[in-house]
Design a protein around this ligand. Structure first.
Ligand code: HEM
Length: 535
């Protein structure tokens, strides 16, 4: 598999051979030269100046200079672990093959290796894990048919439904380009002009916006996808993960208390649980509906700002996700891990959800920039099965992905003198019929407020109280037009919701200055801050 030398037997002779001044644990540089002095650079006399031909030093410092790669543009802070997915093989009393031919789901007890990365969204790679933010829940299944990535979040819906709005959404939530501080006014300036975001905002500013840790949170694929069976028939499907550790969220005050002591608590919690052998587990559920427009609903089933209510579409168990091994090297396995919504296997398919289709371009595009053109050759990203392509070149290519009996000159297809051949189609291809005018137009059944109001009413009273407090604490430092627009939207969600936020805003003193979302601001806290002297 690897490039080798042509000197007879040299690879075997040299493999792991140590020189006379070495053992297997002797420090070397990357050229294999033993390092005899790792404390002193080479200098003219012991006081310097330093010389430039000191290769060991140059190699060490230049590699150090390049230790970082660009962090993810969103979801930069994260933690990951390896494990497996175990299929239940049936869906209730029915064989799962009725709905999908994807191999990983078929047999009861079948295990597929996985890598999972959890994350926060809007702040940098070492930002606190207590922030009010959605949490990423990305799963890479290394199946026998190649990789499947399910790139989901803890919450089951999203802020927007059109991918064209994603960079604006993220800019509004991420720190101000001038001050580099997250600013509630910028956030609500954008949100107040995006009525489709009311449902997500209702979850985000409630305790559901700060999961207590990664083990005790749910996961969801958010979008409708398609499942395709052997006959090429499709259904629409949504995926959910339910933690067997239970669900736990934090109030704003609880989060601030933790953050004062430890801003890595979620990474630490996951790592330590796995080291102790307390392997976190989630059950995987799907919701299945027929592949049509569902005109009986007052919303579009493809709209990612909407829930498919459990009462209407039951959650059905299909398997279990278990995380049982920590990464050995954070950078190689977690930082360089690359997930994407385009990464599907036979039996799984996209839906026409526009947001999903926009995402599918974004992931591999950013990864070619963030990790490099050959990111799929890295062990964490490479499938665990046979890979054979005619792709060659690009930075850091270190192996040729080709079958063992191929003619290495033929890196093209078709060919009669060698090279790779196309696979046979198994199962009937799913061939949706698409027809319509090409245009820019929003979907019809938007219903931006209905489910947001329903979610507000379904919350417990303490969740509603938290939601109102968190919204008021952030909105009160926004200018009046933004507050008014938000109150109008929330009133349309539920009159009580809008009224309570409006009353809360009236009671707060108008303060100048802007701040990050959701921080508690009580009179007591302000007084205490004033009493503290500076040394
Ligand atoms: C990460 C784009 C919506 C979940 C990312 C990244 C990009 C991106 C560019 C960085 C990937 C990397 O550097 O490897 C988009 C776009 C969206 C969108 C353009 C909408 C049009 C969503 C939605 C969800 C989501 C709706 C949840 C269902 C995630 C997760 C990650 C991520 C979990 C982190 C993956 C990891 O752990 O490496 N997204 N995203 N994104 N996104 Fe999205």
């Amino acid at each position: 598999e690897y490039f080798g030398t042509n000197v007879e037997g040299s690879e075997e002779v040299l493999k792991n051979k140590t020189g006379e001044n070495e053992t297997e644990d002797t420090l070397t540089n990357r050229q294999g030269h033993p390092v005899t002095d790792n404390q002193n650079v080479r200098t003219v006399g012991n006081r310097g100046p330093t010389t430039l031909e000191n290769y060991d030093f140059l190699e060490k410092i230049s590699h150090f200079d390049r230790e970082r790669i660009p962090e993810r543009v969103v979801h930069a802070r994260g933690a990951g672990a390896h494990g497996y997915f175990e299929a239940y093989g049936t869906i209730g009393d029915e064989p799962i093959s009725k709905y999908t031919r994807a191999k990983l789901f078929q047999e009861k007890g079948k295990k597929t290796p996985v890598f999972v990365r959890f994350s926060t969204v809007n702040h940098g790679k070492h930002s606190p894990e207590t922030l009010r933010d959605p949490r990423g829940f990305a799963v890479k299944f290394y199946t026998e048919d190649g990789n499947w990535d399910l790139v989901g979040n803890n919450l089951k819906i999203f802020f927007i439904r059109d991918p064209l709005k994603f960079p604006d959404l993220v800019h509004a939530f991420q720190p101000d380009p001038v001050t580099n501080i997250q600013d509630g006014e910028r956030i609500f300036d954008f949100i107040s002009q995006s009525p489709e975001a009311m449902h997500m905002i209702t979850f985000l500013f409630s305790p559901w916006g700060i999961p207590a840790n990664y083990r005790q949170m749910q996961g969801s694929g958010v979008h409708a996808y398609r499942w395709v069976n052997d006959e090429g028939k499709a259904v629409l499907v949504k995926y959910h993960f339910e933690p067997l550790q239970g669900i736990k969220n934090l109030t704003q005050a609880e989060a601030e208390e933790i953050q004062g002591k430890n801003f890595n608590h979620a990474t630490q919690d996951l790592y330590e649980a796995i080291e102790k052998g307390e392997y976190p587990e989630w059950e995987m559920y799907v919701q299945i509906i027929s592949d049509d427009e569902h005109s009986e609903w007052d919303f579009d089933p493809l709209d990612p700002t909407k829930l498919w209510y459990k009462d209407d579409v039951p959650w059905r168990k299909v398997g279990k996700l278990v995380l049982n091994k920590n990464p050995q090297n954070f950078h190689a396995e977690v930082e360089q891990a690359a997930f994407g919504t385009g990464v599907l296997v036979d039996g799984l398919d996209f839906s026409d959800d526009k947001l999903l289709q926009g995402r599918t371009f974004a992931y591999s595009d950013t990864q070619r920039y963030r990790v490099g053109a050959n990111y799929l050759q890295l062990p964490i990203n490479a499938p665990k099965k046979h890979v054979a392509t005619n792709q060659r070149g690009g930075q850091m290519e270190y192996r040729v992905d080709q079958g063992t009996h191929q003619n290495p000159h033929v890196n093209y297809e078709p060919s009669i003198i060698g090279g790779l051949k196309e696979a046979k189609q198994v199962g009937k291809e799913y061939t949706p019929h698409v027809e319509g005018e090409v245009k820019r137009e929003a979907i019809e059944r938007q219903n931006n407020y209905g489910q947001a109001g329903e979610t507000y009413r379904r919350f417990n009273e303490w969740e509603r109280n938290e939601l109102i407090n968190n919204l008021v604490n952030t909105l009160h430092s926004c200018r009046k037009e933004i507050q008014d627009a938000m109150v109008e939207h929330l009133t349309k969600c539920d009159p009580d919701y809008g009224k309570r936020v409006a009353e809360g805003l009236k009671m707060m003193h108008m303060e100048t200055g802007h701040g990050p979302i959701g921080t508690t601001k009580t009179e007591e806290a302000v007084q205490q801050a004033e009493q503290v002297g500076h040394p």
